[in-house]
Design a protein around this ligand. Structure first.
Ligand code: DGY
Length: 320
């Protein structure tokens, strides 16, 4: 009997081809996010699940799948949607897809930084609504990105890729990280500081930390108070790292200049106050959404799943 494998969303062909070639008994959901009941039903008896960030893979899911479940291969570098402790208790391997999305996500962080500083969203809305009347000496001016100080919260792979881009913009780089990154410091001139100093000194702040109990609401009202009134905050990591209500208030009161967000606390919902503000650029969680990268993520997730079901060690386990 072939192993039953559930793919919770339609994924790029490269990943599916690999699973098909292995001869699994495949159930592949559509583009839509499946409902919980439908998901649990489809998981029953599965040996492997290839999930995405939109599915909550918790103890209830694992129990619904049953004793056959050996692997949850998350098609993302972040895996806060998977209860890793519950998986460990049940002997289920959890994998993620690090590395392949680093540069693509760093591009989006930089894109948001530029767009928020140079008021791209606001300008586009003005133009499309027919309100652009003429070139203006002070029309839509914002701070330069070039030559400023960038604070990177979390100097992992993506943080480092952002730092490399910032070098090209001749920026000074500050960072926080659990450990010192001497190689990155040598390469980019980055300096490790305490969060307080980073918040006070940075013109731009980009968040690249995973969501954990320690990083939930790492940026809230007290932290926003410490930032420069000209600061631009960018978040491409996970929404709950920032207290969205506090950020909306800070932007409305011009406590900081602007923000660029790709992730939200309750996706796909966005705090209603943010939706009303001109000084925030809002992207729909597209950090890794390049054609090439999504294909590689699907392939890597499928490879991880296949390895576990073949009895081999997967390339990217997070709980072994
Ligand atoms: C990730 O990989 O964690 C992204 O957020 C999904 O695109």
């Amino acid at each position: 009997m072939p192993d039953k494998v559930l793919v919770t969303r339609r994924i790029p062909a490269a990943g599916l081809r690999l699973l098909e070639a292995e001869g699994f008994d495949l159930t592949v959901f559509s583009e839509e996010v499946p409902g919980r009941t439908e998901l649990l039903e489809a998981a029953r008896g599965a040996s492997g699940v290839l999930s995405t960030v939109t599915e909550r893979i918790d103890a209830g899911f694992m129990d619904a799948a049953g004793d056959n479940l050996k692997v949850v291969a998350n098609m993302a570098v972040g895996y806060d949607n998977v209860d890793v402790t519950a998986a460990r208790e049940r002997g289920i391997v959890v994998t993620n897809t690090p590395g392949v999305l680093t540069e693509t996500t760093a591009d989006v962080a930089f894109m948001l930084m530029l767009a928020a500083a140079r008021r791209l969203g606001e300008g586009e809305r003005m133009l499309r609504s027919g309100k652009w009347r003429y070139w203006g000496p002070e029309l839509l001016t914002g701070p330069d990105v070039w030559g400023k100080t960038l604070g990177i919260i979390g100097m992992g792979r993506i943080g480092e890729a952002v730092a490399r881009r910032a070098r090209g913009f001749e920026m000074d780089i500050l960072y926080t990280s659990r450990s010192r990154k001497e190689r990155v410091e040598r390469k980019t001139g980055a300096r490790r500081v305490h969060l307080d100093e980073l918040l006070r000194e940075s013109d731009f702040i980009s968040i690249h930390t995973p969501l954990t109990t320690e990083t939930r609401h790492l940026i809230g009202e007290p932290e926003l108070q410490k930032m420069k009134p000209t600061a631009v905050l960018v978040n491409t990591s996970r929404g709950p790292v920032v207290d969205e209500a506090a950020l909306a208030d800070a932007l409305a009161e011009l406590l900081i200049f602007a923000a660029g967000l790709d992730v939200y606390e309750e996706e796909p919902a966005v705090h209603p106050k943010l939706l009303q503000l001109e000084n925030v650029v809002l992207a729909p969680h597209i950090g890794s959404a390049s054609i090439e990268t999504r294909s590689k993520m699907a392939e890597l997730a499928a490879e991880n799943l296949r390895s576990v079901l073949r009895g081999e060690r997967p390339a990217n386990p997070v709980n072994l």
